[in-house]
Design a protein around this ligand. Structure first.
Ligand SMILES: NC(=O)c1ccc[n+]([C@@H]2O[C@H](COP(=O)([O-])OP(=O)(O)OC[C@H]3O[C@@H](n4cnc5c(N)ncnc54)[C@H](OP(=O)(O)O)[C@@H]3O)[C@@H](O)[C@H]2O)c1
Length: 261
């Protein structure tokens, strides 16, 4: 059966999606473009962004290293060539599997994680807020994690940054709410992406198991006995980015098949 085309309800909107070269961000960029938005897709890899933009109309590639605090200026300057950006999706992230137990976690690793997972969403939010105020409409969605709702061993930087994103979101929701605008977060459980697969590879090595066995174990942790596809998280994000979600502001929405961390 042919799948139905999504509604073109974002026609005329300009959206910035970070981490759009892969995984959840990539699925969001595709869906927002299919819904009519002009999407400024950021990532570090020009080659991976080109693969995306070559076949999906409406997506503009924007190479940006988000640990650089000036990256938001560059991204917003590029977006401005296509209109006023009023949708911001922060999906780029540094994974938790590079963290160490707290006693051996380095300050450098902590800072590297914070720079991309938390500083960049802060700077991007700061840049979009005046545009949203001027346009009297806006949507911000932060990709947190179930690790933003509960602790996990050997994951201080990842957990803290993902909890921090929810705090940032709740404050931004208050700041932009008067402008017909919303800020929300999604907290996915395991999603089959490059990041999660690298994590599985590392865990498999540490525990003397295969990568498939690790994924099987993860699947068993959810009532539906499966993990998420990036497109399922993208559907929730694109709903939050639409007019239809006008009544939802300041919420952290768990997208985890009924499972928890
Ligand atoms: N997968 C999961 O199970 C899961 C669960 C909960 C939450 N999340 C969150 O979901 C978000 C997306 O993760 P994903 O699973 O889709 O991972 P992914 O497929 O590995 O994608 C990560 C994206 O982040 C970008 N990125 C990483 N470091 C960057 C940097 N320094 N500057 C600019 N861009 C950078 C990558 O760009 P390039 O590689 O092109 O440089 C890539 O586009 C992350 O915030 C992650 O924490 C994932």
């Amino acid at each position: 059966m042919a799948s139905l085309a999504p509604p073109r309800d974002l026609e005329g909107r300009v959206a910035i999606v970070t981490g759009a070269s892969s995984g959840i961000g990539r699925a969001v960029a595709i869906l927002l473009a299919r819904r009519g938005a002009k999407v400024i897709a950021t990532g570090r890899s020009r080659a991976r962004l080109s693969q995306l933009t070559d076949w999906q109309a409406g997506i503009v590639p924007c190479v940006a290293e988000l640990s650089d605090p000036t990256a938001s200026d560059k991204v917003f300057a590029k977006a401005a060539r296509h209109g006023a950006p009023t949708i911001l999706i922060c999906s780029a992230g540094i994974p938790g599997y590079i963290d160490k137990p707290i006693a051996t976690q380095s300050f450098g690793a902590w800072r590297a994680s914070m720079a991309v997972n938390l500083d960049s969403p802060f700077l991007m939010s700061k840049a979009i807020a005046p545009v949203i105020a001027a346009e009297k409409w806006g949507r911000i969605v932060y990709v947190s994690s179930t690790a933003g709702e509960a602790g996990a061993p050997s994951m201080s930087a990842y957990c803290a940054s993902k909890h921090g994103l929810i705090g940032l979101m709740r404050s931004v929701a208050c700041d932009i709410g008067a402008h017909n605008a919303t800020a929300n977060a999604v907290c996915p459980g395991w999603v089959r992406t490059e990041m999660a697969n690298n994590d599985a590879r590392q865990e498999a090595e540490a525990r003397g198991m295969t990568v498939d066995e690790i994924w099987h174990e993860r699947e068993q942790g959810y009532p539906g006995k499966r993990v998420l596809a990036p497109e399922e998280v993208a559907e929730t994000i694109s709903f939050l980015a639409s007019n239809a979600a006008s009544g939802i502001n300041g919420e952290a929405i768990t997208v985890a098949l009924g499972g928890r961390w």
